[in-house]
Design a protein around this ligand. Structure first.
Ligand SMILES: Cc1ncc(COP(=O)(O)O)c(C=O)c1O
Length: 294
């Protein structure tokens, strides 16, 4: 890895970290008006790059934000920013803001969206999380509903997730389970949820208020390849409390086991066989697939 400060791409120009700045009039800052992606790269290959860019464009379309580049150009920006920083393994934060405009909510005040790409290394979860499993607690803050901001939009409005994370940490847990307004399980603050019960794998439907996770989808494909039964269901806390196994999926966390939820021990309190199988299969997938950087 380069010891130089990171070079950040903002609207087609690279800036050293200290100089990588946006206007205080950017509506991304003023109103959280924008969208983003978190993307991983492993051994010189970007994992599921096109899927992340597709989701970015879908999020932008849903909030009526025109990204001032094509999907292929944005893919290239990600690859170029990683290469510019001479990185080989790490994490990309790709952000599209509404751009600068006058004070006032109307997005039509902003002439053009801004595209920001940060490629960096990643601080991984400690190894014991994967060996022993996480402790989860239910958060008071609910996922936004489809009649407010669609939970499928990966927007710059993450305050409810931030509040939920505060609640989980206050409860002595490492992650928090977010319910939807009906009280069904949606997801964690930054990860999707899977459980195993009597040999069947279950995950909450996207309609429950979970983000359509790219790691979730990759794991669903791995489950299918392994010929294991999978069901997407509306899931209550009861299903989680009584699960034989539970694991989370996400770009940063990858596949991480859960050992305890709201003081209930999950299964025998150790990562179960299906969880371990998925963790190994996912690690193999990220090591062997992806868009080449160099
Ligand atoms: C709220 C939320 N749920 C789930 C996920 C996991 O999605 P992915 O696997 O695409 O990273 C994320 C991370 O992006 C997230 O922010």
């Amino acid at each position: 890895m380069s010891a130089e400060p990171l070079q950040i791409l903002i609207d087609g120009e690279y800036y050293a970290e200290a100089d990588a700045k946006i206007s205080v009039f950017d509506h991304g800052l003023l109103y959280g008006d924008g969208v983003f992606e978190g993307i991983r790269f492993y051994h010189d290959r970007v994992f599921r790059l096109e899927e992340h860019i597709d989701r970015l464009f879908d999020s932008a379309k849903a909030i009526h934000l025109a990204i001032p580049a094509t999907p292929a150009e944005v893919c290239q920006m990600v690859v170029d920013t990683i290469a510019k920083n001479d990185l080989h393994d790490g994490y990309v934060r790709l952000i599209v803001t509404r751009g600068t405009g006058a004070l006032g909510l109307s997005p039509y005040q902003c002439e053009k969206g801004s595209i920001i790409c940060i490629a960096s290394t990643i601080t991984l979860y400690p190894k014991e999380y994967y060996d022993d499993g996480l402790i989860l607690a239910t958060c008071a803050t609910r996922r936004p509903t489809h009649d407010t901001l669609s939970p499928s939009v990966k927007s710059l409005n993450y305050l409810s997730n931030v509040m939920a994370k505060v609640e989980a940490l206050a409860a002595g847990a490492q992650e928090g389970v977010m319910l939807n307004t009906e009280g069904y399980v949606a997801e964690c603050t930054g990860d999707n949820i899977f459980i195993v019960k009597n040999g069947i794998i279950y995950t909450p439907t996207v309609a429950s208020g979970s983000l359509n996770g790219i790691t979730r989808k990759a794991v669903m494909e791995l489950i299918e390849e392994a010929n294991l039964p999978l069901k997407e269901i509306q899931m209550a806390r009861y299903e989680l409390y009584t699960a034989d196994e539970m694991f989370l999926t996400g770009t940063a966390a990858e596949v991480v086991p859960v050992r305890e939820y709201d003081k209930r021990v999950i299964g025998d309190g150790k990562p179960g066989p299906v969880t371990q199988q998925m963790l190994a299969a996912f690690r193999n997938l990220v090591e062997t697939t992806g868009t080449p950087i160099y």
